[in-house]
Design a protein around this ligand. Structure first.
Ligand code: NAD
Length: 701
């Protein structure tokens, strides 16, 4: 027998146990082992039933995605499933952990399924830009009905055991030892003379899936999965299950799967998946670098960010003490937290008990002394170096030895903040994004003195609170905002040259960004950027065309949504941007003042200039050692800046359009606008000259 799947007989039941750590991916050895085990049990007259289960922490959690794009090694997963369905002995899948993708499909190729109460079952392939390619789209609708199958295939959300039982996706929830329970279940099937229940034999009643079901799903994905390629293919595959016999449906599924697999979308989504998983890997850190325990957290400042950050920890079950300067500020801050929870509860997404439990984990205080037990203290006070230094000096006085001291600063030098303490090794930046309780990105800023275990603690904390922690070095803007400044500066220039805010935003929205730069500025606050540019004038380009419209809007008191007007107007508190002739006039006037002749600007130019400006800066960030990998930069933009996952991030996107093309375009812009805006990025130029991509950036460093 194969090493990956062991064979054991227990009475009349053959147990096939797969053991392929860490997640029992369905690699070649596992597939071969399953076929072999099913054949062996089939040939053994003493065996009347087969139980398929997995060792370790989970049932098959999916295909082995390292095999993607390589010539398939037999047997294919489909062949495994054919062998299983055709087995003369009844097969029971025994599920624990997560039965995902190929794992779910393997369960569906079994005749019966049992699962432990904590198990989850699903087909998340759509998140990698593909669809379940081993019968999932054909068997699921036969088993759980077309509407439920559509939901599972198109959105990729796994279903918990309880619901799976209700839907008939599993036959029984079993308690206690899974192997023993599955054998008992199989013995019962034997004694009942249970039939070989092949899902492929089930006929779907077309009346159960009227055209409206598919129409409604198409309307949903147009909104909820705008721009993605795979969801429509998922729908077509399920449609095929309704219209075609099983064998034909399987052919259609295969064709759609291959079509998806060949897209840049799918390449980008798979890349993004791996990039996100890699962000926590720090070169040079071995097992000896251990995160410190964080059981109690302190937060300084109960403003916009402090409140949101406190919620992150309470949501994760960690007690937090929020310290403010004045009682009214504290009361206001705690009030906002309560309101936020109440809004979530009102939408039915949080029970009253959970809300109270979380609120109960958040304590307010006016005394820094209350932070003496905290393992981690996060400062979120005004963005002012002197204030921050005072706070850190105070923290140095009250915090226990070994406590991690973090700053949420967006623009200040972390090393200078750290020097206000006697323990710069314990200081790290935790740059949350607003709203902090919602946004997935957390930039973890590693100062010159930050100790390895301080950084490891920050990374561990990011996981605990469900964030994607990306490490950045110290520089103005860190990874994300440093690139955003370039992107936004191009956007402003394009306005001056002839684009309207609406055209600019639409071009980038159609490219796939969650929103265009003007709408984004209006949401974040035109004043926020203006004040940052003011405070950091010395570090930023000293050009008259550097954000003149934003500065003008700021001077006019047009701060965006919060004042009802910015690049757009928002009448009566609306959040929907409406074009404003006043802004058009401002733009025309500014262009005139700066001697810029306005012209028609194409959408393509808008996208290219904005995204290439970001990617050019990304290359410099990488070469400077601010980011550890191109994938880290892309992860920042995918999780914090609304970049479309199906384009992989600015660096991956540059790779897909070709770095030689990118460099040629940038050379042209540099000739037009100067090297202040388009500085050389030697890494990018070297890669382009060598015909390489960012994926192989280390080779030219
Ligand atoms: P805010 O003005 O909403 O809140 C700051 C709070 O800190 C106020 O409630 C103030 O009373 C309190 N405070 C000031 N000095 C204090 C002290 N010595 N002790 C205790 N409390 C004190 O500001 P914010 O938007 O929450 O920003 C806080 C920090 O987060 C800043 O460094 C900012 O750059 C950073 N940040 C903000 C955003 C954002 O979008 N707002 C995003 C990322 C990072």
């Amino acid at each position: 027998m194969s090493d990956a799947v062991s064979y054991k007989k227990q009475g009349q039941v053959a147990l096939l146990t797969a053991d392929n750590p860490p997640v029992n991916a369905l690699g070649q050895a596992v597939r071969a082992g399953l076929v072999e085990g099913v054949a062996r049990a089939g040939a053994d007259p003493d065996v009347k039933a087969i139980v398929i289960l997995c060792a370790g922490r989970t049932f098959f959690a999916g295909a082995d995605i390292r095999e993607f794009g390589k010539p398939p090694l037999p047997p294919s997963l489909r062949e495994v499933h054919e062998a299983m369905e055709a087995s003369p002995k009844v097969i029971v899948a025994a599920i624990h952990g997560t039965a995902l993708g190929g794992g779910c499909e393997t369960a569906l190729a079994s005749h019966y399924r049992v699962a432990v109460p904590s198990a989850k079952i699903g087909v998340p392939e759509v998140n990698l830009g593909i669809l379940p390619g081993a019968g999932g789209t054909q068997r699921l609708p036969r088993l759980v009905g077309v509407e439920r199958a559509l939901e599972m295939v198109v959105f990729g959300q796994p279903v918990a055991a309880k619901k799976a039982k209700e839907w008939g996706l599993i036959d029984e929830i079993v308690e206690g030892d899974l192997a023993a329970a599955a054998v008992t279940y199989a013995e019962r099937l034997i004694s009942q003379g249970a039939s070989l229940r092949k899902i492929s034999d089930i006929a779907i009643n077309p009346a159960s899936a009227p055209a409206e079901v598919f129409l409604a799903m198409r309307a949903r994905i147009a909104k909820e999965r705008r721009g993605y390629f795979a969801p429509e293919c998922c729908i077509q595959a399920v449609e095929a299950a309704v219209r075609l016999p099983f064998v034909e449906g399987m052919k259609k599924e295969r064709a759609l799967f291959e079509e998806c697999m060949a897209t840049t979308h799918s390449r980008a989504q798979r890349y993004a998946f791996f990039a996100e998983r890699e962000v926590g890997v720090i070169p040079g850190f071995g097992k000896e670098v251990r995160a410190r325990t964080v059981a109690k957290v302190g937060i300084i400042g109960a403003g916009t960010m402090g409140g949101g950050i406190a919620m992150c920890f309470a949501n994760a079950g960690i007690p937090v003490t929020v310290v403010e300067m004045k009682a009214d500020a504290l009361e206001r801050g705690l009030g906002v937290i309560r309101k936020n929870y109440e809004a979530t509860a009102a939408r039915g997404r949080l029970s009253a008990e959970d809300m109270e439990r979380r609120l109960g984990l958040i304590a307010g205080s006016l005394d820094y002394g209350d932070l003496k037990d905290a393992d981690l203290i996060i400062e979120a006070v005004f963005e002012d170096m002197n204030v921050k230094k005072t706070v850190f000096a105070e923290l140095d006085r009250v915090a226990k030895a070994g406590a991690v001291l973090a700053s949420n600063t967006s623009t200040l030098n972390l090393d200078e903040i750290a020097r206000a303490t006697s323990r710069p090794q314990d200081v790290v930046g935790l740059h949350f994004f607003s709203p902090a309780n919602v946004m997935r990105l957390l930039e973890i800023v590693r100062g010159a003195a930050t100790a390895p275990d301080t950084l490891a603690t920050a990374l561990q904390v990011s996981k605990t609170i469900g964030k994607v922690g990306v490490v950045s070095g110290v520089c103005f803007g860190f990874i994300g905002n440093r690139m955003l400044f370039e992107y936004g500066r191009e956007a402003e220039l394009l306005l001056l040259e002839g684009a309207s805010p609406a055209q600019l935003d639409k071009a980038l929205y159609d490219f796939g960004m969650a929103m265009g730069p003007c709408a984004m500025n209006d949401m974040a606050g035109v004043d926020v950027g203006a004040l940052v540019r003011k405070a950091h004038r010395a570090e930023l380009p000293n050009e008259p065309t550097y954000y003149p419209i934003a500065d003008k809007l700021y001077a006019m008191g047009r701060y965006g949504q919060k004042t009802g007007a910015g690049y757009y107007v928002y009448p009566n508190g609306s959040r929907t941007p409406q074009p404003d002739p006043v802004v058009e006039a401002v733009i025309v006037e500014e262009a005139k003042r700066l001697g810029i002749e306005r012209r028609a600007v194409s959408d393509q130019e808008i996208v290219e200039r904005c995204i290439f400006a970001a990617a050019n800066e990304g290359a410099r960030i990488l070469a400077d050692g601010i980011a550890l990998r191109p994938g880290d930069i892309d992860t920042v933009w995918l999780t914090g800046y609304g970049f479309p996952v199906y384009r992989g991030g600015p660096m991956f996107y540059a790779d897909t359009v070709g770095l030689a093309h990118v460099v040629k375009a940038i050379d042209g812009y540099r000739a037009r606008y100067g090297a202040v805006y388009w500085p050389h990025a030697p890494l990018l130029e070297k890669l382009a000259a060598a015909g390489k991509t960012f994926a192989s950036w280390r080779e030219v460093m």
